[in-house]
Design a protein around this ligand. Structure first.
Ligand code: ZN
Length: 100
């Protein structure tokens, strides 16, 4: 191990550790260009996610209006069903009383 020799050698890229760094940079040129491409792709993905989120938020704002009636539907359907059953039972009783 010779620290002096290591100090004179050009610093390698911390990403690929294969190519010498660019002056003032931690990565080599290929890694920097690749990171720039990834950043652009990430920006595009983020913009697309924001755009899709804006669309979903708009749709979610309309959803509660439609879904507000859904919880009430089964709650109102059950009493109606019970009322129908009681009405049928009453009709059956009246029918049996008339013909009994
Ligand atoms: Zn590199």
């Amino acid at each position: 191990m010779h620290p002096l020799c290591n100090a004179t050698q050009p610093l390698h890229c911390t990403r690929c550790q294969n190519a010498p760094r660019l002056p003032g940079q931690r990565w080599c040129r290929s890694c920097l260009t690749q990171s720039q491409r990834e950043r652009r792709a990430a920006k595009r993905a983020a913009q697309a996610a924001v755009a899709s989120a804006g669309v979903t938020q708009a749709s979610e704002q309309e959803m509660p209006r439609v879904t507000q009636g859904d919880p009430q539907a089964p709650a109102t359907a059950a009493p109606n069903f019970k009322q129908l059953m009681t009405q049928l039972e009453n009709l059956l009783r009246e029918f049996q009383q008339q013909h009994g």
